[in-house]
Design a protein around this ligand. Structure first.
Ligand code: GDP
Length: 328
């Protein structure tokens, strides 16, 4: 294919026919900060839109070392054995071009990375979580158009990225291990509350008793959260990703969960909410981008910042001064 520039139609056709190279190119266009590339990506996505939305979007989170890549590698192979096509994307706002990303590194998922029915894409780069999230959402759509019917979105269980992934997935799995302190696992109340299910990994090598105890503790903790209308209460399951034990059961559980939330209407409602909040985010991003790009504002901003730092004006006064300069 070389560096040949494809037309929007050609991009769409190649992606639909499963050309992974062109899929990667299109995701790169969507991730690009160049306006022309972004515009092209939008045109491609628009054309492909009727072929999107049909996948199951699974979020997986957990602190580094909990076994996410081992888990996704095994689960992904189980899914492929059942006839699915699996794409793995990651959300890692700390990843930068120069450093490369830890999450989503292809070598982390050895079986999947070699399988023709799997597509692994490292996290979009950038320091701004909102930007990374937006790019990941577009990557989801592109993968769906390429007939990946299960999209796994992985994120490290620290910071705000879980919330972002929760808001782009249908099912959110929190991976944990027994024995590590709760704070160590970033197990803030909020993350547990977001989880549709907790899976305690590494239930092997004589670790089973500790896992059982942890299972009881987490189950108890989960019961303290109020139930969500139309959604089954979260469960605590156990597995050994390394030995491929318990993953089939987790997959069966997920499928039943999805069947239930489709029946109750929650699935559709959640997707609609996600679309709505994506739109809101896009508006906010676009407005703030335009604001900060205006020459007059760019020129004045450092002076206003200085004035605030020197306590000459309040933050509110500074904001108003700049907002008054903004030309719609
Ligand atoms: P990630 O950082 O969350 O992606 O974790 P990895 O999948 O890279 O796993 C971290 C380490 O834990 C690796 O050495 C894995 O081999 C090991 N590991 C993963 N799953 C299991 C498991 O189920 N049991 C045991 N004993 N080790 C595991």
């Amino acid at each position: 294919m070389g560096r040949k520039i494809l037309s929007v139609d050609q991009y769409a056709d190649e992606i639909r026919s499963g050309n992974r190279f062109v899929l990667s190119q299109a995701i790169t266009l969507a991730e690009s900060s160049l306006e022309g590339n972004q515009k092209l990506a939008q045109e491609i996505i628009n054309l492909l839109l009727p072929h999107t939305g049909y996948s199951l979007r699974l979020g997986v989170t957990g602190v580094p070392g909990v076994g996410k890549s081992t888990f996704i590698d095994q689960l992904g192979m189980t899914l492929i054995d059942e006839g699915h096509k699996v794409a793995v994307l990651s959300v890692d706002p700390s990843s930068q071009q120069s450093k490369g990303s830890i999450l989503g590194d292809k070598t982390r998922m050895q079986q999947l990375s070699q399988h023709p029915k799997a597509y692994i894409r490292p996290s979009a780069t950038g320091n701004h979580l909102g930007g990374v999230a937006q790019k990941t959402r577009e990557a989801i759509l592109l993968c769906e158009a390429a007939s990946y019917d299960i999209i796994i979105i992985e994120t490290v269980g620290v910071g705000q990225s879980e919330t972002v992934v929760r808001h782009m997935t249908d099912f959110f799995l929190l991976l944990m291990i027994s024995g590590a302190g709760d704070e160590l696992q970033g197990m803030k109340r909020g993350i547990m509350e977001m989880a549709d299910t907790i899976a305690i990994n590494k239930a092997d090598s004589g670790n089973e008793k500790a896992v059982q105890q942890a299972q009881k503790n987490y189950q108890h903790a989960l019961h303290l959260f109020p139930p969500v209308l139309g959604k089954p209460s979260p469960e605590v399951l156990t597995c050994s990703a390394l030995n491929n034990q318990g993953l089939q059961e987790i997959w069966i559980y997920i499928q039943q969960f999805i069947t239930d939330i489709k029946a109750s209407g929650y699935f559709q409602q959640q997707r609609q909410q996600q679309q709505r909040s994506w739109m809101m985010e896009l508006i906010q991003q676009k407005l703030s981008q335009e604001f900060f790009q205006q020459p007059a504002i760019r020129k004045t901003l450092p002076h206003v910042e200085q004035a605030i730092l020197q306590s000459k004006i309040t933050a509110r006064e500074g904001a108003e001064q700049l907002l008054n300069m903004y030309r719609y």
